[in-house]
Design a binder for this molecule. Structure first.
Ligand SMILES: NC(=O)c1ccc[n+]([C@@H]2O[C@H](COP(=O)([O-])OP(=O)(O)OC[C@H]3O[C@@H](n4cnc5c(N)ncnc54)[C@H](OP(=O)(O)O)[C@@H]3O)[C@@H](O)[C@H]2O)c1
Length: 292
């Protein structure tokens, strides 16, 4: 039993993620007021003790911490612009996925209306909220983060990245970029073995182990990129990698499938080789991204 006092929270947006966040708060005994644009999504939360508000402006009155979990940047403005006066003096936490620039724009808008602003990037799916493995990245107002940290920890591990409101989104989107490239690679591999009748679920087991093993190389890649020295201790050079990727893509074509997930990294490698860096390390591919 803990004696932590949680401030009342308002959750605006009861999609899959908003409902999961509100449910985790209610489960821990936090007073929650909820609102959703379309009615009908609040029933379970009300049964768990939430107060349901008919209008966003009315909902804001119920919480010291106001959380937006809407579809996108435009829907945040559509919801909050008309109730900026009601938000004045509140702590606003935006957990809607917005780009770093959009998060900074929300911070500026909030500042202009006397609202303290914290942005968050949710590194979890709704089923994970409140459970081990859920993590949320924050940036913007440190005062909000510090004041509500015990409440934020109910949703997932809480980490603060700095006063620049765009930082949490930047980390969030960088991690998601890594994730989508990994999933694209899995789809490529599953389609390749699928051409020989291997079920994707069988491939998944082996691929999961392979991805885990290969991810061990990331810290060393990071160190090389940070030094900017791609010529010492080269493990696999760009010519070697180009040959490997060309052969992989050929194998995909031979199996009657395309190789789009590989095309992106192959294009970076090709450009570096064309520019005369064939003897440099594979990690130099990042320079092709920066050069655009
Ligand atoms: N689901 C995930 O796995 C996950 C993971 C990380 C981050 N997120 C982020 O969390 C946010 C919410 O995701 P979700 O999964 O809850 O999405 P969702 O289930 O599609 O729900 C979208 C929510 O936004 C509301 N909405 C859409 N347009 C609106 C508008 N113009 N004005 C007011 N409300 C509007 C919807 O209201 P109606 O019910 O009226 O349509 C609904 O409450 C997104 O930014 C998403 O990227 C989600």
């Amino acid at each position: 039993m803990t004696n932590i006092q949680h401030s009342p929270v308002t959750v605006l947006g009861l999609g899959a993620m908003g409902r999961a966040l509100a449910a985790a708060l209610l489960k821990a005994g936090v007073a929650a007021t909820v609102w959703n644009r379309s009615p009908g999504k609040e029933a379970e939360l009300v049964a768990a003790g939430a107060v349901s508000a008919r209008a966003a402006g009315q909902a804001v009155g119920g919480g010291e911490l106001v959380v937006t979990v809407l579809l996108d940047h435009a829907s945040v403005h559509e919801t909050l612009d008309p109730i900026a006066a009601e938000l004045r003096g509140k702590h606003w936490l935006n957990l809607t996925s917005t780009s770093p620039e959009q998060s900074r724009e929300l911070a500026a808008w909030a500042s202009g209306h006397g609202i303290d602003f914290l942005d968050g990037g949710i590194m979890a799916v709704p089923d994970m909220i409140g459970a081990e493995g859920s993590s949320i990245l924050y940036s913007g107002s440190q005062a909000i983060f510090d004041a509500h940290r015990p409440t934020l920890e109910l949703l997932g591990s809480a980490e603060y990245f700095g006063t620049d409101a765009g930082l949490a989104a930047l980390w969030d989107f960088a991690l998601l970029s890594t994730m989508y490239a990994m999933f694209g690679g899995f789809f490529q591999g599953a389609a390749m073995v699928g051409s020989a009748g291997v079920p994707a679920s069988e491939f998944a087991t082996r691929a999961a182990g392979w991805v885990a093993a290969m991810s061990q190389m990331l810290p060393a890649y990071g160190r090389v990129i940070d030094t900017g020295d791609y010529t010492s201790d080269v493990f696999q050079d760009l010519v070697f990698t180009k040959t490997a990727l060309d052969t992989l893509r050929q194998a995909a074509f031979d199996a009657g499938i395309t190789a789009e997930p590989l095309d992106g990294i192959a294009a970076l490698v090709d450009r570096q080789v064309t520019d005369g860096h064939g003897a440099s390390a594979f990690e130099r591919s990042i320079e092709a991204l920066r050069g655009q």
